[in-house]
Design a protein around this ligand. Sequence first.
Ligand code: AMP
Length: 250
Amino acid sequence: MKIFENINEWKKFRKEHPSSMGFVPTMGALHDGHLSLIKHARRENEKVIVSIFVNPTQFNDPCDLDNYPVDLDRDIASLKELEVDYLFLPTKKSIYPEDYNCKVIENNLGRILCGKTRTGHFDGVLTVVMKLFNIVGPSRAYFGEKDYQQLSLIKKMAANFFMDVEVIGCPIIREADGLAMSSRNVLLDKKHRCLAPWFYKILKNTESIDLKKRKLEEIGFKVDYLEKHDSRLYGAVFLNEVRLIDNVKL
Ligand code: AMP
């Protein structure tokens, strides 16, 4: 696996290698959810590139950014095992040399659900994805349905800006107990990890949203939101300060 840290080096390399390129952008601390996107990309492209970049502009809470799990050695070992061709590891300074003066803003879907409770979150997500697409030059880019709102916004951005990339959504990968895999799950202590699967269990049952909220709160979740939108139920909760999101098709 070839590792690129320098944007210009990658862009030069990409020009010289015009193969079909599947791209999986991540923030690292990789788990089987990420790996499923990579396997998808592997099947549909000649080459696969993964990026690891903990994007500061999508964190509205500095503590959340400080606590975000990082495990680069383990990530590199997993990527090599999956025979990923390229790893892109840009620095913060190279991605934001201008200190975030130009950004991508979407004022509809980007302002509800996670966009409402995490101010500026999707401006940060869309901006970094636009930058990464422009640098990487992917044929196809893979995103998880776990972050369904994010996936919808990125599809919309690619279409609205006539970007030459196919944005592909991949199904949610869950633990055996139903909890959606997430890099943040490692932040849960033993007690809260045992409670966490109730989030999905309650989200997918057929009770009213009010009853679901009440049940979650009785168990110890702090409900950030639980809302229907376009025949999907979206939820975000805190469990001992750890934020979990999930969604189910209705
Ligand atoms: P992240 O590193 O959390 O920014 O996630 C990188 C990509 O992996 C995003 O497209 C996520 O939607 C996707 N992803 C994260 N967790 C899962 C999961 N449990 N199942 C499927 N995709 C996931």
